[in-house]
Design a protein around this ligand. Structure first.
Ligand code: P6P
Length: 339
């Protein structure tokens, strides 16, 4: 009987980050410690999401609502508190921005570090009751050289982020992260409490066969948007149409797009002039990851990572995915802009 091969050279996220740190002599190890803090938050949330129904954590947390007007689910509140407390006590963070907090959190002197973390602690939480995958999305800036750590340190283009990632909570916890030189995916081994490298060097296919958008908004779409998606649904020359896949949880839809290719979109339309998704802690991290994996992310006319946020909860339209699919989208938007 074949013996199950035991891997004895396990590459954990921590080891992978330390390997990366060793390449930079000036590295202080602060980023490694910060990422360990984020891993801790993800492990706590993964546990709570998995036990949510058993612990009656689903349902509304006393009817409170967050900046997006979403009714805060109990898990939203718990997840946000887990991350805020862990990041503050790490001593590596100066500024935090969370979807769940109206204002930016400036960490008090004594605990203030040199990084800024923007995050959505539990994105897609409206799907929790249905058992659909949800996730944490995060991006990290380094505080400006001449700054003590203020809100100005996060009102910067996404291209200035040093790290971006998400952790998707489903049948397993999948953490996908980029330190600025490629994208790697890790799966939480609950038996040892470590994120293990399972998807090294993720590259998004140059073109896919799936489009992912809420077609319930189609009556509000601008003509360029309608023309693009019709080109996928009714392709000329007898080509096969794309398949439609939309989960309604950004982390799940982007994860599938990253692995299988195609395009995910939350466009601007006549109802939502800037789309729905938040620029700082939803669009920027996902755009960073997709570009690092060889894809593109655009508003239709502008590279998402070049946008300068005007306020911490700004929204932005986004089309992200395979470079050729996004290029087709951009060409249609350019044609309509020129006409
Ligand atoms: P709609 C979830 O509420 C979320 O913020 C994202 O995770 C998701 O992509 C989007 O909103 C879904 O929005 O309007 O299609 O339900």
């Amino acid at each position: 009987m074949s013996e199950e091969k035991v891997t004895t050279d396990i590459i954990t996220l921590t080891r992978h980050v330390l390997d990366e740190q060793r390449k930079h002599k000036e590295a202080s190890g602060d980023l490694t410690l910060l990422l360990n803090t984020i891993q801790l938050g993800c492990k706590f949330v993964a546990t709570n999401v998995r036990k949510a129904r058993l612990l009656n954590l689903v349902g509304l947390a006393g009817g409170a609502t967050n900046i997006s007007g979403d009714e805060q689910k109990k898990l939203d509140v718990i997840s946000n508190e887990i991350f805020v407390n862990a990041l503050r006590s790490s001593g590596k963070v100066a500024v935090m921005v969370s979807e769940e907090d109206d204002e930016a959190i400036i960490v008090e002197e004594g605990l203030k570090g040199k990084y800024c973390v923007v995050f959505d602690p539990l994105d897609g939480s409206s799907n929790i009751d249905a058992g659909v995958n949800v996730g944490t999305i995060f991006g990290i800036y380094r505080v400006h050289e001449d700054s003590t750590g203020t809100i100005k340190d996060v009102l910067r283009p996404g291209r200035e982020m040093v790290i971006a990632g998400y952790c998707m909570y489903g049948s397993s916890a999948n953490l996908v992260i980029s330190l600025g030189n490629g994208v790697n995916g890790y799966t939480l081994d609950n038996s040892i409490g470590e994120f293990i490298l399972t998807h090294p060097n993720i590259k998004i296919p140059s073109r896919g066969k799936i489009y992912s958008v809420n077609e319930g908004n189609a009556s509000f779409w601008y003509p360029a948007c309608t023309e693009y998606f019709n080109s996928l649904k009714f392709p000329p020359g007898g080509k096969n149409p794309y398949s439609a896949r939309y989960i309604g949880s950004m982390v799940a839809d982007v994860h599938r797009t990253l692995l299988y290719g195609g395009i995910f979109a939350y466009p601007a339309d006549k109802k939502s002039k800037n789309g729905k998704l938040r620029l700082l802690y939803e669009c920027f991290p996902m755009a960073f990851l997709v570009e690092q994996a060889g894809g593109q992310a655009t508003t239709g006319t502008t590279r998402v990572l070049d946008i300068v946020p005007t306020e911490i909860h700004a929204r932005a339209p986004i089309f992200l995915g395979s470079k050729d699919d996004v290029e087709d989208l951009k060409n249609i938007y350019a044609k309509h802009s020129a006409s």
